[in-house]
Design a protein around this ligand. Structure first.
Ligand code: DOR
Ligand code: ZN
Ligand code: ZN
Length: 345
């Protein structure tokens, strides 16, 4: 079975500044292994991608690493919003060739130092993005309501990352009914794990937003099936095992996910939980529409009957672990076609 290659609209490939966790050599290989040929990378790097200079620098490193990898992975970047970089955001418009897919705003705490939690600063960012017709993606663990209100007030095209609760689902469903340009993403870990799994996997299940209840998970599935959720973004956020396997309070937030997303979805298809059409809509068609991307012709060949266990030693991500390790999944990508070149998996 041949499907369109996946677009992952939410990854943290850790470059620059966190290359011991991931870089674009290992990240590109992990993407291909997961049937993904296009990624959108987040700006919480060291230094953060919050100026055009930092953006230029980041692109140079990425291009060099992709060349070394021999994988011309397609990528777009998010530009980070801060309380005082509106002048930099205004410059983005003129940098069309920089492939910026939108502005990222951390309304709640996260990895990195990009938190903007003052309402007046957030207002300015929503307003500026609306004026410049830039999509605004938000990390809003508790602030989804405020984000939707601001999108309504300023007419901002809003993309809510990693929706994880039934309350958020309700708000987004209503916002769509009200005709707002509000889009929503869900991660594989919130679709396939709950807080009950955290007892088993410990700090490997620590991420932001955290794993939720079974009721939340069920609400997310309902929202996926009724169109309230538009996309699946893996929030691929690797940290090394040495960083992760420490007492709970010290463990960083984040899990890798780009290699396991498609197998998890195909496994769900095999269980009758989702159709292949829906998988394509979430991972290909909707991202193209929301972010105005060109069609590429990239494909992924999948073997719907192949059964395989997720094993650390098979993973291409530099961090070398997965919260799904030990799970046997049915349905795997077997070849990824990027720019007419076939990568057998
Ligand atoms: O769990 C998370 N990890 N959530 C985020 O928002 C950031 C990410 C990271 O960069 O580690
Ligand atoms: Zn986030
Ligand atoms: Zn993220």
């Amino acid at each position: 079975m041949i499907l369109p290659a996946l677009i992952d609209p939410h990854v943290h490939f850790r470059t620059p500044g966190g290359e011991h966790k991931e870089n674009w050599i290992t990240g590109a290989k992990a993407a291909i292994a997961g049937g993904v040929t296009t990624v959108f990378d987040m700006p919480n790097n060291t230094p953060s991608t919050t100026s055009t200079l930092a953006l230029q620098h980041k692109k140079e490193i990425i291009n060099e690493q992709l060349k070394t990898a021999g994988v011309p992975l397609r990528y777009y970047l998010y530009f980070g919003a801060t309380a005082d970089n509106l002048n930099e955001i205004e410059k983005i418009e003129k940098l069309k060739d920089y492939k910026i897919v939108g502005v990222k705003l951390f309304m709640d705490a996260s990895t990195g130092n990009l938190l903007v939690d003052k309402l007046e600063d957030q207002e300015k960012i929503f307003k500026t993005c609306a004026e410049l017709k830039l999509l605004l993606a938000v990390h809003a663990v508790t602030s989804a309501k405020r984000a939707i209100e601001l999108a309504k007030k300023y007419n901002t095209k809003l993309y809510i990352c990693h929706v994880s609760t039934r309350e958020e689902v309700k708000l987004i469903r209503q916002a769509k009914k009200d005709g707002l340009e509000v889009y929503a993403e869900v991660t594989p870990h919130h679709l396939f794990l709950t807080e009950n799994d955290q007892k088993r996997i410990g700090t490997l299940g620590k991420m932001n937003p955290p794993l939720r209840t079974t009721e939340d998970k069920n609400a997310l599935w309902e929202a996926v099936l009724d169109g309230t959720i538009d996309t699946i973004g893996t929030d691929h956020a690797p940290h090394t095992l040495a960083e992760k396997v420490v007492p709970e309070a010290q463990a960083p937030f984040g899990v890798p996910g780009i290699e396991t997303s498609l197998p998890l979805l195909l496994n769900a298809y095999n269980k009758g939980k989702i159709t292949l059409e829906k998988i394509v809509e979430l991972t290909h068609t909707n991202p193209i529409k929301i972010f105005n991307l060109p069609e590429t012709g990239d494909k992924v060949e999948v073997d719907l009957d192949l059964e395989k266990e997720v094993r650390n030693e098979d993973l291409k991500t530099k961090c070398g672990w997965s919260p799904f390790t030990g799970q046997t999944l049915r349905g795997w990508p077997v070849a990824t076609i990027l720019n007419d070149k076939i990568y057998n998996l």
